[in-house]
Design a protein around this ligand. Structure first.
Ligand code: TYD
Length: 154
């Protein structure tokens, strides 16, 4: 389903993605020289939705951990790898793309009806997710076949 050629960083971080319902988000960096950097995400400014939920994923294993493998019916999310790196494979039902997140201020807007899979986690990866709604299992599409039928029936 997903290509496995993840050769160069440039290819993995396209500004324009030929996939529906997703795009790169670049957060500001407020650099305080030796005192570090602040990056900030404000709802409806940097992130195109109101944020109802924040969760983060950690304790990952580069060789074995795979997450995602679903799409959402309505939920919108913004993913930021605030430590380490992760590869995200995307599929809108017609086209596939992979991106690598490895900078704390660079994120991915992940809209509805996008099949996604996360893997290739650096051992220290922390993936921060901002979500437009509360957790709701009925919003998940966990069958790839059901996902394809839904998006291709549009
Ligand atoms: P899931 O969203 O499938 O994880 P991922 O996409 O990262 O692989 O969620 C895994 C489990 O965690 C599932 O049983 C639901 C639960 N969960 C919650 O209870 N609340 C949440 O906000 C999230 C994201 C997951």
């Amino acid at each position: 389903m997903f290509g496995e050629d993840h050769s160069s960083f440039k290819d993995l971080f396209p500004r324009q993605m030929n996939i529906r319902n997703c795009r790169i988000i670049e957060l500001p960096r407020i650099v305080d020289s030796r005192d570090g950097i602040i990056s900030v995400a404000e709802a409806r400014r940097h992130v195109p939705f109101d944020i109802r939920r924040v969760y983060y994923i950690y304790g990952l294993d580069y060789f074995h951990s795979i997450r995602g493998l679903h799409a959402h019916r309505r939920l919108e999310q913004a993913l930021f790898c605030i430590n380490g790196s992760v590869r995200i494979d995307l599929d809108d039902g017609w086209r596939q793309a992979s991106i690598k997140l490895d900078r704390p201020n660079m994120g991915l807007y992940l809209g509805a009806e996008l099949w996604h899979k996360m893997g290739g986690f650096a051992h220290n990866c922390i993936l921060l997710v901002l979500a437009s709604d509360y957790f709701d299992e009925s919003d998940y599409i966990r069958s790839y076949e059901e996902f394809l039928n839904l998006v291709r029936s549009r």
